[in-house]
Structures are given as C-alpha cells and as structure tokens.
Design a protein around this ligand. Structure first.
Ligand SMILES: NC(=O)c1ccc[n+]([C@@H]2O[C@H](COP(=O)([O-])OP(=O)(O)OC[C@H]3O[C@@H](n4cnc5c(N)ncnc54)[C@H](O)[C@@H]3O)[C@@H](O)[C@H]2O)c1
Length: 667
C-alpha cells in the first residue's frame, strides 16, 4: 500500500487553499496548483491570512506558521504534481472542466499516484472514466472551512481498489480528519439531507408559514445550531444552495427546488433577516416548522439507510461533525420516538407524493459507539464517537461490555486492541450525566453507572487475552482508567493524558486509584491524581505509565489491520520522576499545602508551583483520593465513597464549571 507523504491540490480557491493549509499543518509536503500564478498567489495569501489569525488567537506560534508555509509549494504548472503521492482536485464544479483536468493529470502523474475529487455533486464512478487506471481514483468530499472542519466523506467509485481506499483513509486519519464512508450516490450523505432541509425552509417561507427569522429561530432550538437555514444560506451563498438542490432533483418530487430559492439565486440576493419577535413564535407555528424540518431530514435519512449509502452511525456523525448540529438526525429520531418519527415521515411523503421509504426500523437501532473488527487472531475494539471525544456514558459502557465479551469468547482471538477515533482515545466520562443526576437528587444512578463501569473494566483487566490499549489522542479520567486495565499501553507521540477529577470536585472511581498505584507506585499515583498534571506521551513513558511510543503509521498497522503488535512492551529505563514520587510518597496533601522540608529533593520554585496547583483542587476529593490510594482495596473502596463525594457542593460546582477556574469550599 502506498504511503502518502506529498499531496497535490489542484484549485487554490476556497476549498483547495484550506486543504493545502491543513495538510501543511499536519506536516505533509503540499503542491498547490491553479490555472495562473495570480490564482495561486491569491490562494497562498488566503492561507497566510488564516494562519495570522491563528497566531493572534495563539493557536500557532510565528515559527510554526513559517514551518507550515515552507511545506507548501505554489505552482501554475501542473507538471509540478509529478512528485505527489496523492492529488486532490478542487477546481470549479463543472463536469467538463474536471474531465479535461483528469485527462491531462493522467498523463502527468505516475500511474500509481492516487487521484481524488472533492466534487460535491458528480458521480465518482463517472468522473473516473477520464482517468487512466481508475482503480487509483476516489472521492474525498470535505466541508467548509476545510482547514478546521474535521469531517470528510470518503467515496469509492465502482473501480476504486482496496489499496487506494486504505492508503487514502490512513492519510485522512493522519491529517486529523474524521472520515465517514459513503456510497457513490448524488449528494453523498450530508448534502443529501442538509440541502433539502434548506430548501424546505424556503418552502415554509413561500407558504407564508413564518418569516425567515422565525424559521431560523425554531431550527436553532431544535437542531442545536448557531445559525438557522436562512442565515446559513446568506453566509455560504444562496446560489450554492440552489445549485446543490438542483443536482438532487433526480431523486424525486420532494427534492424539487423551491420557486423562491430559484428566484433568490437568480437575483443573487441574500435573504432579508430581521430580529425574531418572540410573539411570532407561537407553539402552533413552532410545531408546524418542526414537523416539516424534522420530517424532511427523517425522510431523506430513511432513504439513505434504505439505499445503503452509509451506516446510521456515520449519518449521525456527518451532521454532528460536518454541520456542527448538537443533535444528529439519529439522535433526534431516538429523541422523538418511533410513533412521531413515522408520522412525520408519512406526512412528508404524502405532501410530496413520495413512496414511503422502507427499512425505517433501522433508524431506531442504537448508534454503534463501540465497533469491533476481527482480523486474524486480533480483535480491534474502537471508540467510535469522536464527535463527543468518545466520552464514557451508559450506552458506550454497555457496548464496550458487549463487544469485549464477543472478542473474549472467541477462541481464535489472542490479542484485543482497544483504541479511539478522532482527537481522543476517551476524554473522560459524560459530565452532563453527573450534573443532571446530582441536580435531580438521583445519586443512585451515578452509583449504578460507576459500579457497572467498574465491572466492565475489571473484566478487561482480568482477561486471559492480551489486551493492548493504543492511545491515539487524549486519555482523560475514565479513559486513562480504562487504559490502565491493559497489559500494554502504547501511545502516539502527540497523545496527552491526565486525571482531572480532583480539579472538578470528584476522584477517579473506575479503578484509577488502585490501578495507577499498581502500575506507577504510590507516590506517582498520588502526584497524578492530586495535581491533575497533563502528561505528554514522552512524560508518560518516562513515568512508566505508557509502555511505548509508536508512530502514527505503526498505530494504523495495529488499529486498522491488527499487524505488528509488539510481543512484550520494552520498559523504559529513564525515569525523571523519582523526586516527585518520593515527595508524594512521604507526605500527605495537607503537608504539601502547609510546606515541607525539601532536603534538596526538589527546587523551591518547582515545589511552590506544585503546592499552588494542589491549593486549587477540591479538598474533600483530595482527602478521599489520598485515602483510597493509601488504603483502598479495589473497586468496592472507590464505590463506598461515591455518594459522599457526589453530595458535596464542590462536586456540583466543579462538574458544572468544567474549564473554568472555581474556588472550592471544602464542603
Ligand atoms: N465551497 C465549499 O464549501 C465546498 C465544499 C465541498 C466541496 N466543494 C467542491 O470543491 C470544489 C472547489 O470549490 P471551491 O468552492 O473551492 O471553488 P472556487 O471557485 O473557490 O475555487 C476553484 C479554483 O479552481 C481553479 N481552477 C479552475 N479550473 C482549473 C483548472 N483547470 N486547473 C487548475 N485550477 C483550476 C480556479 O482558478 C479557482 O481558484 C468544487 O468541486 C466544489 O463543489 C466546495
């Protein structure tokens, strides 16, 4: 399989320039090509502007910006793309122009260079007719702003080879994109329901149901979004929405462009949007808007599932990541329930004289938050909820339990790999669940959730198979506690890990107190839990928390193909943590707050920083955590203190103010 190191982008416009920026940020060599020098320069100027904004927001240092820019070579000569392993086409959405480009490209780049299209509306299979060796052709549909939006739809044409798919998929993961897989159907996944959703908003306006601002307001509430359909069309261009809907008309009457959208696009004018007037948003009007806007999404999603364009999980992910909806279509389907969803779909089908999609039942299946893939003697379990940083909730823990059981019971399986997706391995537990149950005085739900989590983690810890955790990104709180159940913890170099619990008023309750002690010793376990220190992979390797650091390619060999699993993890001999471990082993957190005799073990400044960190943690949580690390005897000990800790004022304060500085009261 090809390893992609150099990426060519053709078209330095809105999408092409943003893609060049993103790949350069991720350390790929990029060749950015356009028709003429002036268009190349415009593209590069736009990249510079974006990066400068990044410097102002402290996302990048000026040195990093220089490094990113040095990774990009601009050119108006397509033959400079010869050196690329992958070329992504991002030129005008015009079939003839794309066809012509692919004909020339086929003669320029080597025959094994992968060629991809960012088309929004054409068929990947049809575009591939213009490529010599069409097995190296694939669709990569990115989303605005392509340097920031993590979603990419990967579309195989009828001839795309497995090697092309695998190499491209790996490249997308390496460049920080969250891929979803789609069949080659017009509009792919997201545009297929998003654009008709915009169109339906215009129909509501046309029918004088409500004003644009009222429709926007209701949609913002229902879908949990910052902009409604009219504001969105104004931001991205009304003609873009019109052309996108026009290409979907092939699917039937429901997709027909609204007359008013056509007229507005021809005038090339924005929608007039005023401040929404609360008196205009009556419950009955909101109900009509809701039913129509949800109905259209549910109907199209049912069709997408019926046509096997994608899985329900990818469908939901597409909306959550690509459109930033707080609730994806499938979340909304689960929320509204069987009867109402079916009614909405039937009403929409009736309104546009469409056939009812079959297979609606599939929409009510739970989302697959934890996937299981078996390859040879290895089972790969993946947290597949990157839109929520793979946070642990009741459903993910249940699915982890089920998938682990399937791997565990399979006699052919020797290794069980557990990993994450997106930016995180597992970034802790679902805080909202804790806050809701504290407020509703239902602490028994928190106890039950924790007890079940402990049982599942215990099974992983005690498994007879070899369990390897591969940290692909952040591992916080419950995520780190899960990692500690593995026989081997591998990490990519940019993963980070921490126990943030005492900083949000609680303590690790999923085995962190005794498994950290077992792996790291009492002193270091106390240090990490009491300070919440954020460790880089290198720090964690030195501390003995991580057993080995691997490259992203090595990670992908293990987590995609179950290949090259290390036999025994080599333990690091370098340990820079002895002084800290000694201090925390010998002192209580109260001693550390009052001041200790350093005896040259640590310099004063470092100690003062440490003690200041502890001063901002929740005192009751610290006391219990310390007691558990010293004397706890396992999961039961952690469970016994749970009601006490979740009853404190500090727990509610900390959990409801994550990311903010708070002053704990010790109550
Ligand atoms: N804009 C979006 O939000 C978005 C989102 C997803 C996909 N897309 C798709 O991405 C593609 C590009 O869209 P865009 O919005 O970036 O367009 P754009 O008009 O901003 O940029 C297109 C660029 O391609 C260049 N170009 C045109 N023909 C060329 C050729 N033969 N050789 C080299 N360069 C050529 C143009 O000079 C221009 O700089 C389209 O297929 C579009 O459907 C766009």
């Amino acid at each position: 399989m090809k390893t992609i190191k150099t990426i060519g982008i053709v078209g330095a416009g809105t999408m092409g320039a943003a893609l060049a920026q993103k790949f350069a940020q991720e350390n790929f060599s990029v060749v950015l090509a356009d028709r003429e020098d002036k268009f190349v320069h415009r593209g590069i100027e736009n990249i510079i502007k974006m990066l400068q904004e990044g410097v102002e927001k402290r996302v990048f240092t000026p040195e990093k910006v220089q490094k990113i820019l040095s990774n990009i070579k601009g050119t108006a000569n397509l033959s400079d793309l010869k050196e690329c392993d992958l070329v992504i086409e991002a030129i005008f959405e015009n079939f003839e122009a794309k066809k012509e480009l692919f004909n020339s490209l086929s003669n320029i780049v080597p025959s094994d260079t992968i060629i991809a299209t960012n088309t929004s509306s054409y068929s990947v299979t049809e575009l591939a007719y213009n490529i010599v060796n069409p097995e190296r052709f694939i669709g990569l549909h990115f989303f605005f702003h392509a340097a920031k939006n993590r979603l990419v739809e990967i579309i195989r044409g009828s001839k795309t080879s497995d090697d092309t798919f695998n190499a491209t998929y790996r490249c997308m993961v390496k460049s920080g994109k969250d891929p979803i897989m789609c069949e080659d159907a017009y509009g792919f996944v997201v545009n297929r329901f998003f654009v008709p959703w915009l169109n339906e908003a215009v129909r509501l306006l046309e029918e004088k149901v409500a004003s644009p601002e009222v429709i926007d307001y209701v949609c913002m509430q229902t879908f949990g979004i910052g902009m409604g359909p009219f504001a969105l069309m104004n931001a991205t261009g009304v003609p873009v929405a019109y052309h996108a809907e026009k290409t979907l008309e092939i699917f039937g009457n429901l997709y027909k462009v609204a007359d008013m959208l056509k007229a507005q696009a021809e005038k090339n004018e924005q929608w007039e949007l005023k401040e929404a007037n609360a008196d205009d948003i009556t419950p009955s009007i909101a109900a009509i808007i809701n039913e129509r806007m949800l109905g259209i999404v549910f109907f199209v999603c049912a069709q997408l599932i019926e046509e096997n364009v994608c899985t329900t999980t990818d469908l939901n992910k597409g909306a959550r990541i690509g459109l930033q909806w707080k609730k994806g279509p499938v979340d909304l389907i689960q929320q509204y329930g069987n009867d109402e969803v079916k009614l909405f779909i039937a009403n929409i089908a009736g309104r546009y004289s469409e056939k009812l999609p079959g297979n609606i039942e599939k929409l009510f299946f739970p989302l697959e938050y934890i996937s299981l893939k078996k390859t040879g003697d290895t089972a790969i379990i993946r947290f597949n909820r990157p839109e929520d940083l793979n946070a642990l909730n009741e459903e993910t823990v249940k699915q982890l339990d089920q998938q682990f059981k399937l791997a565990e019971e399979d006699s052919k399986i020797k290794n069980i790999v557990i990993t994450g997706s997106g930016k995180a391995f597992v970034a802790g537990a679902d805080i909202k669940f804790f806050v809701k149950n504290i407020r509703n005085k239902k602490l028994e739900n928190i106890v039950a959730f924790t007890k079940y989590g402990q049982e599942v983690f215990e099974k992983i810890d005690k498994s007879n198979k070899k369990v390897i955790v591969v940290l692909n990104g952040m591992a916080f709180g419950g995520g780190l506690e899960l990692a500690l159940c593995a026989d081997t913890i591998l990490s990519v170099s940019n993963a980070v890990m921490a126990f943030p619990e005492t900083g949000i008023g609680i303590y690790p309750g999923l085995g962190g107190t005794f498994r950290a002690k077992k792996k790291l010793g009492k002193g270091l376990a106390k240090y990490l839990i009491l300070t919440g220190k954020l460790l880089t992979a290198k720090d964690a390797l030195n501390a003995g928390l991580v057993d080995n650091i691997i490259s992203v390619d090595e990670m992908l060999d293990i987590t995609e193909e179950g290949k090259n699993i290390p036999e025994a993890a080599p333990r690091t001999t370098e340990n820079n943590w002895a002084a800290i471990a000694g201090i925390f082993e010998a002192n209580t957190y109260e001693n550390l707050l009052q001041g200790i005799n350093l005896d040259g073990q640590m310099d004063k400044e470092e100690y003062e920083k440490l003690s200041k960190t502890i001063r901002f943690k929740a005192p009751v949580a610290m006391k219990i955590a310390e007691e558990l690390i010293n004397n706890g005897t396992g999961p039961d000990s952690e469970l016994q203190q749970l009601t006490t800790i979740f009853s404190t004022e500090d727990a509610l304060l900390g959990l409801s103010s994550v990311g903010k500085k708070v002053e704990f009261k010790g109550k």
